[in-house]
Design a protein around this ligand. Structure first.
Ligand code: CTP
Length: 404
């Protein structure tokens, strides 16, 4: 992996490890990056801006406000392929976690839409403080990539976790993250998300507990990695990131039409939606009155969109990848794999992501999932992770299936 042609914003915040920023600029530029350095006033106590300007070949940016009408943080953030914060002090992590934007570094990070890599450096006590732990958790859940800190001698004379990782290691992670950021470039990805609602009358429906979060995280991850993404979504309260085309549907039948209209153009189809398996065979035009007594509802099957896509190769682009989900009440990974493999074969999918919906921390209405990903090449047990992290693992699998 290299950083050839990538613009990297290196934010240097104020800790003794800032002196290593000189070597980091060298490592990033050696990998092909166009590096722009942002320094906080505290960072300048540890290393001269002239050093970093000379090594990067560009003036160091430090002020939130320019002399004219320019807005440096917006300009920097918009042109960045990657932001690296190294060293990231405890204060820098706290500002990032809270969205504070009172200097050029924090405003740039808050404006950036590209991937962010942070290399923390601080005394062990600060690193281990619950406040810092919570801030790091928040940043990880947002998809920020952490490098280090390493364990070893610290400037205070103590030894422990808190040393900034070596510049070459940070540059390697930066190259991997920036490379991954584009591995779906020029691909069309169609994702379904959320549950469908099958009407009984104008006010009542048959639905399920799907929030739509898993499918939306997959759509967001695919878009971050360069794909043109269309999301066919059942009713959801989850915010859908900018840059994704959204088609709103309600019933399984509407979802089927929306998917089949777009399937032939898609390089990848991910069916994360919890489609209702049954609908009422009749749909009252007016509200059913309570006084008339409980209605008898006859259920009929809805179309199985995934199985139909799998069984109709002509409906899809040759070489495209079809991924389904399987919601199972099964916490044992080896059993989940068996159930997933069965669904993969019967539905004609290239991969199935099977998640356990039986525990409180996995499946519906929570931010985490316990899942396995099963493809023709075998099974990957992803374990209990955030839905964002599972989305990244699913997209990694999709990229490897496309390459194959
Ligand atoms: N699916 C679909 N159309 C349906 C039902 C399901 O496209 N009418 C898709 C889902 O989007 C998911 C996969 O099929 O990708 C598996 O869904 P799941 O509910 O786990 O399985 P079912 O086929 O409904 O089987 P069962 O409920 O018996 O486990």
């Amino acid at each position: 992996m290299s950083l050839q042609g990538k613009r990297v914003i290196l934010c240097v915040t104020g800790g003794i490890a800032a002196y290593k920023a000189a070597f980091l600029v060298r490592a990033l530029t050696a990998s092909g990056a166009d590096v722009r350095v942002v320094m906080t006033p505290s960072a300048e106590r540890f290393i001269g801006s002239q050093t970093l300007a000379t090594l990067s070949g560009h003036p160091v940016a430090r002020a939130l406000f320019g002399d004219g009408g320019d807005v440096p943080h917006v300009e920097l953030a918009r042109t960045a392929d990657l932001v690296v914060v190294a060293p990231a002090t405890a204060n820098a992590l706290a500002k990032m976690a809270l969205g504070i934007s009172d200097d050029l570094f924090s405003a740039t990070v808050l404006t950036a839409h590209c991937p962010i890599v942070v290399a923390p450096a601080m005394h062990t006590e600060m690193w281990e403080h619950p406040a810092t732990r919570a801030n790091v958790e928040t940043l990880l859940a947002r998809g920020v990539r952490l490098v280090g800190p390493a364990s070893g001698p610290l400037s205070s004379g103590d030894t422990g976790p808190g040393r900034m990782s070596e510049p070459d290691e940070i540059a390697d992670v930066a190259a991997a993250v920036a490379g991954a950021a584009n591995d779906l470039a020029a691909k069309q990805v169609l994702v379904t998300a959320g549950g469908t609602q099958e009407p009984i009358d104008p006010v009542r429906f048959i639905g399920n507990r799907s929030s739509g979060l898993m499918g939306i995280e997959i759509a967001a991850e695919a878009a971050r990695r360069g794909a043109k993404v269309t999301l066919v979504a059942g009713p959801t309260n989850v915010a859908i990131p900018r840059g994704i085309d959204v088609v709103k549907v309600r019933t399984a039948e509407e979802m089927r039409s929306a998917v089949f209209e777009r399937a032939a153009a898609a390089d990848v189809i991910v069916k994360a939606a919890a489609v209702a398996d049954w609908r009422s065979d009749s749909h009252a035009g007016e509200k059913l009155k309570k006084a008339a007594g409980p209605p008898e509802i006859k259920l009929v099957a809805t179309p199985d969109i995934l199985a139909e896509l799998g069984a109709t190769p002509g409906a899809r682009k040759p070489g495209s990848v079809l991924v389904g989900f399987a919601a199972e009440t099964e916490p044992r990974p080896e059993k989940l794999v068996e159930l997933a493999e069965e669904k993969r074969v019967t539905k004609g999918a290239d991969a199935i992501v099977a998640n356990d919906v039986s525990s409180d921390d996995s499946g519906f209405e929570v931010a985490t999932n316990r899942a396995v990903i099963v493809s023709g090449g075998g099974a990957e047990d992803v374990g209990l992770v955030t839905k964002k992290a599972l989305a990244a693992a699913v997209v990694d699998k999709i990229v490897s299936l496309l390459d194959a």
